[in-house]
Design a protein around this ligand. Structure first.
Ligand SMILES: [Zn+2]
Ligand SMILES: [Zn+2]
Length: 355
């Protein structure tokens, strides 16, 4: 269902970009959920409309296709995720967090809003794959240095057995409320309590290993299952394997895959291209030749009268996908001998194949 973003922002289709921004600021101020009398639903709606109309490119697309062009399902990130993985490529359409620059001055930076759980940072690493591994999948050992939950205190920051007490800074609510005076009036903002990271509790005695941080710098080795059929440049998300943070949710690990080129094979979607060279006698009379496939050596039948550049398709020798395996396409090149013995030359002259 298409939403009328112009109507939501209360502007006309011919409004200038400045008018779009002004309308959004007015509505955001009116409905911001941290404000007394705020309206979360209206605020989100206004934000959604602004994410599109505030960007001239997206606005043009919207004018043409309507809001359906911006549904998550419309394939913004180009996800191909089979095997339960998420090839998100990092870009999420119209994220709520893009608000940063507009709200930075108004609400004192990111992370405002309800006393949400803090979240550790994401980590990005690169992994090299051979062509073969990219076709069939592989379990890849990956090493990352990151903040992991402290083993001694299991991430609580407290000395084991010493117990926890209510946080003084937030009186156990996990939220700190500040009132800011801005040109738009007094705005009350809530943020996660920095003393307890929103948990409402602090340890009686801090952990001797992590000094209360709840995390320690660690080199961690993990095995990441790379699914079959991944492309060069694909990004794999491994949920919960990023940076840990005390009292919060661990970030994600993103693994960017680099497929090393293979001199024998070239990928074309789910198909694989390769080439083979034959002599002109084989081309003229036909033969069976041995070729390399990703499954090992195989036979290819060359029919009599094969021309240089002919292509042969080996069904099911390509890349596995959720539509089954692709094919291997072999381009055959006919080699003309450069040096002939006296006898060969004589025989060829007798043939006199000039046509
Ligand atoms: Zn607190
Ligand atoms: Zn600890």
């Amino acid at each position: 269902m298409s939403k009328d973003y112009y109507h939501i922002l209360g502007i006309s289709k011919s409004a200038s970009q400045d008018e779009v921004k002004a309308a959004f600021r007015r509505l955001a101020h009116q409905h911001h959920p941290d404000k007394t009398g705020g309206d979360d639903k209206k605020f989100k709606e206004a934000n959604e409309a602004y994410q599109v109309l505030g960007d001239p490119d997206k606005r043009a697309k919207y004018d043409q296709f309507g809001s359906a062009a911006f549904d998550g399902s419309a394939g913004f990130g180009g996800g191909q995720g089979f095997g339960g993985f998420d090839f998100s490529g990092f870009q999420n359409a119209g994220g709520f967090e893009d608000l940063g620059d507009l709200f930075g001055d108004m609400f004192g930076g990111r992370g405002g809003g309800r006393a949400g759980q803090t979240r550790g940072s994401d980590i990005q690493v690169d992994a090299d794959l051979t062509f073969y591994e990219s076709v069939f999948g592989v379990d890849k050992d990956i090493e990352v240095t990151k903040n992991a939950a402290c083993e001694r205190c299991a991430g609580t920051g407290g000395e084991p057995g010493a117990g926890m007490k209510t946080c003084d800074a937030c009186k156990g609510s996990g939220v700190q409320v500040t009132v800011q005076r801005t040109v738009l009036g007094a705005i009350q903002s809530k943020r996660t309590c920095s003393a307890c990271q929103g948990t409402g509790e602090i340890p009686n005695k801090i952990c001797t290993t992590c000094h209360g941080e709840g995390v320690e710098r660690k080199r961690e080795r993990l095995s990441v299952g790379i699914p079959a059929g991944v492309d060069d440049g694909a990004v794999l998300r491994v949920a919960g394997k990023g940076e840990a943070v005390r009292g919060g949710r661990t970030g994600d690990l993103f693994v960017r895959l680099h497929v090393k080129p293979d001199r024998r094979f070239e990928r074309d979607g789910i198909h694989i291209h390769s080439s083979a060279t034959i002599g002109f006698t084989q081309a003229a009379l036909g033969d069976t030749i041995e070729i390399e496939t990703v499954d090992g050596k195989g036979d290819l039948k060359i029919p009599a009268g094969t021309q240089s550049g002919s292509q042969f398709r080996l069904r099911g020798k390509g890349v596995p996908s959720n539509r089954g395996r692709g094919d291997q396409i072999v381009t055959v090149e006919v080699r003309t001998p450069e040096r002939l013995s006296r006898e060969q030359k004589k025989l060829l002259e007798q043939l006199d194949l000039r046509s």
